[in-house]
Design a protein around this ligand. Structure first.
Ligand SMILES: O=C[C@H](O)[C@H](O)COP(=O)(O)O
Ligand SMILES: C=C(OP(=O)(O)O)C(=O)O
Length: 433
């Protein structure tokens, strides 16, 4: 069991993975020389890298960006949305930012279908809401589990990260081309170099808000960044993170050509706190918003927060998300200006499903259906060579989350309409003051 009481899924250990790899190369231990070549690397085998199974080459950012460029339309979408989030945070635009979408993207086709539906709502409600799609590729786990589409795009513990980077960038490019801006969580500090030009808002998650590496990263990111409060419920770490990210920093990263480099950042003023609840309970109610605003003011930070309807605020029960949203609507309609945004975990269908692990995964892999991709062609969502192997994907229910449980599409539309109505009421309430 993990610290939050959830069962820890069975993962292939190093030996099992090695065996799978050996089986995959003609059943000969170590495989042919060409395969062995990829697992050998320079090191002192007596003292160094003793617990490293293999090291492979990764594509460098420039190569991926040239292969999947941002289009003029995509760039406009990113720039306009970044500016609009900044204006909302700084009180120059009275709309509400809404970051809504799946807990994680695991299926490119479903992501594009969700994006197409969301685009229609984003346009319809654009006078009151600035809607961004949650396009989350990196999952920070309480203990272990699937770490997201970039880390394991075929969902089968093959960790084809080069492919994950491609498919992730392709999905972001396609969604931006629909003129729907995207929101991501950045967990790995190298990954922004591959995709950040396609991201309009970024989150630093509850498990990494206190990390200096992530605060430094945020200080150099080109988009507004929200820091979640800690899983313990502590919001001071998020306030400290906002303050830290607003300063310049020097830190290590990689260049677009993949070289290690010393980066000097300029600081990011478009940073804010995201209240997501925690071990001490939810923190979306009026008194929590007031408490957070007071603390932010004392720390000389803009007293505005985004509220996450999911995670600690829903106690991971997706049915509670609309109730949290209802409470936020009631606060907005009374004129609450301290809430600048809302986050919702939503998918085409409700709930969640488990990814196969252990014996179940081995059975699926061994009876593998050999069709190489689920998607063909070159239009949006038809990823051609950037598609996914269908083996595990085809064993899953379409449009259902494989990480946290989500609300379904029809409920999502209702929540969005209620939020838009509450923003209109807030406008009236503020005008009367
Ligand atoms: O949003 C996703 C999850 O809440 C987060 O990644 C932790 O998930 P876990 O507790 O299932 O590992
Ligand atoms: C992991 C997430 O949230 P948190 O960091 O709040 O747990 C998330 O939003 O996907």
């Amino acid at each position: 069991m993990s610290s939050n009481g959830a069962a820890v899924p069975a993962m292939a250990n190093g030996e099992e993975r090695k065996k799978r790899k050996i089986d995959a190369v003609d059943g000969v231990e170590g495989g042919p020389a060409s395969q062995r070549h990829f697992t050998e690397y320079f090191t002192d085998p007596e003292v160094d890298n003793l617990r490293i199974e293999s090291i492979k080459a990764v594509i460098y950012p420039q190569l991926l960006m040239e292969e999947i460029p941002n289009t003029p339309q995509g760039k406009r979408t990113v720039q306009q949305a970044r500016q609009a989030v900044s204006d909302i945070l700084n009180g120059k635009d009275d709309r509400l930012v809404v970051v809504v979408g799946p807990c994680s993207i695991h299926d490119a086709k479903a992501a594009i279908e969700y994006g197409t539906r969301l685009k229609a709502e984003a346009t319809r409600l654009s006078k009151d809401l600035l809607i961004l799609m949650r396009v989350y590729f990196e999952k920070p786990r309480t203990t272990v589990g699937w770490k997201g589409l970039i880390n394991d795009p075929h969902l089968d513990e093959s960790y084809d990260i080069n492919h994950g980077l491609k498919i992730g960038r392709r999905i972001l490019a396609d969604i931006n081309n629909m003129e729907l801006p995207c929101a991501c969580e950045f967990l790995d500090t190298m990954i922004p170099q591959y995709i950040a030009d396609l991201v309009a808002w970024a989150a630093i998650g509850a498990r990494t808000t206190e990390s200096q590496l992530h605060r430094q990263l945020a200080s150099g990111l080109s988009m507004p960044v929200g820091f979640k409060n800690a899983t313990s419920g502590d919001i001071q770490v998020a306030i400290d993170a906002v303050r830290s990210a607003q300063f310049p920093h020097s830190f290590l990263s990689i260049t677009k050509q993949g070289l290690p480099a010393i980066v000097l950042s300029m600081g990011n003023k478009d940073t804010h706190v995201v209240l997501r609840g925690g071990a001490t309970g939810p923190n979306y109610a009026s008194e929590h918003i007031q408490g957070a605003a007071d603390k932010l003011t004392k720390n000389k930070v803009v007293p505005k927060v985004m509220v996450d309807c999911s995670h600690g605020n829903s106690q991971k029960d997706h049915n509670r998300q609309p109730k949290v949203a209802e409470d936020i609507c009631s606060q907005l309609s009374k004129g609450e200006m301290g809430i600048m945004g809302v986050m919702i975990e939503s998918h085409l269908f409700e709930g969640k499903q488990d990814l196969p692990t252990g014996d179940k995964l081995s059975d699926i892999i061994n009876n593998k259906n050999d069709s190489p991709t689920t998607l063909h062609g070159s239009g949006p969502g038809q990823l051609g060579p950037e598609g996914q192997r269908s083996t595990v994907l085809s064993s899953l229910r379409y449009g259902v989350s494989v990480t946290d449980a989500c609300i379904h599409w029809m409920d999502t539309v209702k929540v969005l309409e209620n939020l838009a109505a509450a923003v209109r009421q807030r406008r009236e309430a503020v005008a009367k003051k």
